[in-house]
Design a protein around this ligand. Sequence first.
Ligand SMILES: Cc1cc2nc3c(=O)[nH]c(=O)nc-3n(C[C@H](O)[C@H](O)[C@H](O)COP(=O)(O)O)c2cc1C
Length: 253
Amino acid sequence: MLNQTELYYFSPTGGTKKAGRIFCDGIAKEIKEINLGKKVKETSQPESDLIVVAAPVFAGRIPEITTEKLKKMEGKGKKAVTLAVYGNRAYEDALLELNQTLEGQGFQIVASAALVAQHSMAPEVGQGRPDEMDKKSILDFSRRVLEKVETGTHDIIKVPGNYPYKEGMDMRVTPLSLPACSQCGICEKICPTDAIHIENGAVVTSPEKCILCMACTSACPEHARILPPPLQEKMEQKLGALKNIRRENEFFL
Ligand SMILES: Cc1cc2nc3c(=O)[nH]c(=O)nc-3n(C[C@H](O)[C@H](O)[C@H](O)COP(=O)(O)O)c2cc1C
């Protein structure tokens, strides 16, 4: 076991953090969590010899706000394990993008994984994941990563994906607030891109800033923050067939 590691994560609805935490619990006694979804512009610099970076997959890519934060980090040859967490559809170029970003910052990628979590836009897809079976496979991966680190093996990691990466998402649609909204301000506070403001007794969302990450819909205590019903229906139609399909985690080391 390592004495300590740092888990850098962006996890609007909790799945990425959950998967990242399972992995970290398998490799280190002490885990410092750094939430890349906070509104602060700075990113704290890594202290541990090996850090873990976990990011969700949005449209087969890493969300731009995460990449921007990672580009402020200085690797200085430190080791990193990367985890791209996706909603049981596909991770496409996301893991490659995550690795190339961190390599560009001077990190040495020792292992990577594409892990499945519940789809944050269509919760019946990948429902309940990561589950007990995932936990077992992630912990087995963590043991293999520890072995690799301890024996000092330097195999180069090759992950799927293409460069130039596929086009990211640019939907200009935002979640909306239902009349049940009590204007408690939680959505405004939690929004990682500062897209939400309560103005003159109404919740106003900027389509230019919103990345549809679902942090607000997931955090709303009244369940009054939802995707516009036509978009919700479209997502369910697009992803419905994946309800009965189980994609397995993939590990690279
Ligand atoms: C805007 C958006 C785009 C997404 N794109 C994909 C995708 O391309 N492939 C996929 O399998 N899951 C996709 N998902 C699902 C998320 O990757 C998955 O639910 C992830 O666990 C979300 O992380 P979180 O629980 O930490 O918020 C998408 C989710 C959102 C909100």
